[in-house]
Design a protein around this ligand. Structure first.
Ligand code: OGA
Ligand code: NI
Length: 368
C-alpha cells in the first residue's frame, strides 16, 4: 500500500472509533482493537516491581448517614466528613432522601438511551464544549491517543429551565426522568455542601461559598461502559481528578470505580442505593489543600455492562476560585493560584487532560 493509501485506511479506522464503544460492540467483537490498548504500566493490574501482589480487597469508604446530620450528633458526622475528605477525598452517603425509584428510573432510561440506534444518539455529538448536551466517547476524543472503553452523555443541568429544552427527546420519558433526577441531586448537593463547608470550620466564609455554589453550575455525566472482551488491556476512564467542587456519583450494582489510596489503586465497593461523593479540584483549592481531590479511574469487565451517573457541581462559571482567607495566614500561605473557568478551558483545549495536571498547574511552589 502506498503511504497515502495507508493514511486513508488509518483515517477510516479512526472514524470508526469516533463513533464510540457501543457502536463498535454492536457490530460484534472478540478482541480489543489496538486503539484501546493501554501501555502496560497504565493497565488495570500493574504491580510495581517492589510491591507484593496482594489478594484483591475492595475498599469500604467512610459512610455518611445524611439523616444523622439533622440529629443532635451533627458535629460528630461533620468530623467524619472532614476526616474522609482529608484521608480519602471520597465517602459514600446513605439515607440521602432520594427515593429508590428516582435513581433506578434514571439508570434505566439512560440504558435505553444508549440502546437507541447510533443515528439517534449521534445527533448530540459535538466538539463544542459549551453545548448544553454532548454525546461522545473515550475521555477527550479529539485529543486522546489511546481510547477509553466508555461512551458518555453530558447534560448541563442548572438552571434547569435554561437547558431542559435541549435534552434528548428520545426515549420519550428521558427528559422528564432525567429532570427529576437532576433536580433532586442538586438538592442533595446543596445539603451536602453546607455540611462539607461547615466541617472546614470557617464560619461566615463557608456560608458565603454555599450561597455562591447554590447558583453554580451542574453537569450530569452519564457514563456507559459496555462489556469488553479483554478488560485487562484497557480502561473505562483514565486516572483523573474531577474539575468542580464536589461530584455525586450514582453507580449501578457493577463495580468498576477505583481510587488512589495510599499509593495503590483500590476498588470501591458499590453499596446499592448509595451515592459516592468526592472532593473536586475547586474544593481542594478552596480548602487550601486540606481536602484532597483524589485520582480515580474506571475498570471494565467482560460480562456486565455498567452505567454510572456523575453529577459535577461547580462555582458559577464567572467565579474566581481561591483558597479561603480563613484557611490562610502568614504561616499557611495560599498553595494555589486564583483560578477561573476560562483558565481551565484554555488548559484542557491545549493538552490531554489526565492525572491531576490542571490542579498541579495551579499550585504555588513556596520556597522555604
Ligand atoms: C466521572 C467518574 C466514575 C465511574 O464521571 O468523572 O469518575 O464510576 N466516573 O463512572
Ligand atoms: Ni471522575
Amino acid at each position: 500500500m502506498s503511504p497515502s493509501m495507508i493514511a486513508l485506511v488509518v483515517e477510516e479506522e479512526n472514524k470508526k472509533y469516533q463513533r464510540g464503544v457501543k457502536h463498535l460492540c454492536d457490530n460484534g467483537l472478540t478482541k480489543v482493537p489496538t486503539k484501546y490498548i493501554w501501555p502496560e504500566t497504565d493497565r488495570p493490574i500493574f504491580t510495581k516491581p517492589d510491591k507484593l501482589i496482594k489478594p484483591k480487597q475492595n475498599l469500604k469508604l467512610p459512610i455518611i448517614d445524611i439523616a444523622e446530620l439533622l440529629r443532635p450528633n451533627r458535629s460528630h458526622v461533620l468530623r467524619t466528613i472532614a476526616e474522609a475528605c482529608e484521608n480519602y477525598g471520597f465517602f459514600q452517603v446513605v439515607n440521602h432522601g432520594m427515593e429508590g425509584d428516582v435513581s433506578r428510573n434514571m439508570i434505566e432510561v439512560c440504558k435505553k438511551f444508549f440502546e437507541l440506534p447510533y443515528e439517534e444518539r449521534s445527533k448530540y455529538m459535538t466538539s463544542d464544549m459549551s453545548a448544553p448536551v454532548r454525546y461522545g466517547t473515550s475521555f477527550n476524543q479529539s485529543k486522546d491517543n489511546v481510547f477509553c472503553w466508555r461512551d458518555f452523555l453530558k447534560l448541563s443541568a442548572h438552571p434547569l429551565p435554561d437547558y431542559f429544552p435541549y435534552w434528548p427527546s428520545s426515549p420519550s420519558d428521558f427528559r422528564s426522568l432525567a429532570a427529576i433526577y437532576a433536580k433532586e441531586t442538586k438538592e442533595m448537593f446543596d445539603l451536602m455542601v453546607k455540611a462539607i463547608l461547615e466541617s472546614l470550620e470557617i464560619d461566615g466564609e463557608g456560608d458565603k461559598a454555599a450561597e455562591e455554589l447554590k447558583e453554580g453550575s451542574q453537569l450530569v455525566v452519564v457514563n456507559c461502559y459496555p462489556p469488553c472482551p479483554q478488560p485487562e488491556l484497557t480502561l473505562g476512564m483514565p486516572p483523573h481528578s474531577d474539575y468542580g467542587f464536589v461530584t455525586l456519583l450514582l453507580q449501578d450494582d457493577v463495580e468498576g470505580l477505583q481510587i488512589m489510596y495510599r499509593d495503590e489503586w483500590v476498588t470501591v465497593d458499590p453499596i446499592p442505593g448509595s451515592f459516592v461523593v468526592n472532593v473536586g479540584d475547586h474544593l481542594e483549592i478552596f480548602s487550601n489543600g486540606r481536602y484532597k481531590s483524589v485520582l480515580h479511574r474506571v475498570l471494565v469487565n467482560s460480562t456486565k455492562p455498567r452505567i454510572s451517573v456523575a453529577s459535577l457541581h461547580s462555582f458559577p462559571l464567572t467565579s474566581v476560585v481561591k483558597p479561603s482567607p480563613k484557611l490562610t495566614d502568614k504561616h499557611n500561605p495560599p498553595q494555589y493560584m486564583d483560578t477561573d473557568f476560562a483558565t481551565f478551558l484554555q488548559y484542557i483545549s491545549s493538552r490531554e487532560p489526565k492525572w491531576k495536571n490542571f490542579l498541579e498547574s495551579r499550585k504555588i511552589h513556596h520556597i522555604r
